[in-house]
Write a protein that binds this ligand. Sequence first.
Ligand code: AP5
Length: 215
Amino acid sequence: MKIILLGPPGGGKGTQSKLLVSKFNIPQISTGDILRDHVRNKSELGIKANSYMQNGELVPDNLILNMIKFRLKEDDCKSGYILDGFPRTIPQAEGLDNILENLNQKLDKIVVLDVKDKDIIERMSGRRMHIESGRVYHIKFNPPKNEGLDDITNEKLTIRKDDQPETVKKRLMIYHETTKPLIEYYTSKNIVSSINGNKSIEDIHAEIITKIKNV
Ligand code: AP5
């Protein structure tokens, strides 16, 4: 099963991806998580990506496509994957089409999480993250078992630097201008299912399962 979770920043892509990983045992490929790893490790890519990310801007398409090209060739991707936060531009979607053609693969479903901008601002202000694993919490909607600590490692949770309100507004603007047109791009391929992302985490998960069960 090869699916894309598409939606605004803070729309719940990471949260839903983690639930799908547990259910289907296929990897979550989050370009945001991979980039944050590179930034932490101060790799060449991380150094190039850092300022874009901190400013809430998109990292250039060529860097992202190169990263994805190698990731999709890894063994754990053979029986499927969840793309989280990629593609984000039309050139990235076209680049993905080429990569998939070379791998003789095709996408099964694009799940769009539809969340209103005003709800995104509230979600981002309460998000807490375990950066190393990508596990995501919310102080109100999805709190950790122990306040401020990751459920698995008990390590301290942090606030992402790009979750400041002004940066979130910029990320939302970029989403509407640059990423939302992908819905139309994939609609023409007849593989899009939209979901109301303002429901509870559990309800959204159940709805995603319904949408993808026959792929
Ligand atoms: P990335 O890490 O991908 O950020 P994003 O797409 O902006 O999405 P987020 O991770 O912020 O949110 P999410 O949708 O995963 O929501 P979450 O589940 O955490 O990218 C970061 C940066 O990297 C980009 O700005 C860019 O610079 C760069 N980048 C990455 N990919 C790129 C690409 N392809 N091209 C170019 N640049 C790229 O949920 C958010 C909060 O809400 C959490 O606290 C969660 O607990 C809570 N929550 C989730 N679901 C619900 C619900 N149903 N009800 C209430 N609360 C909920």
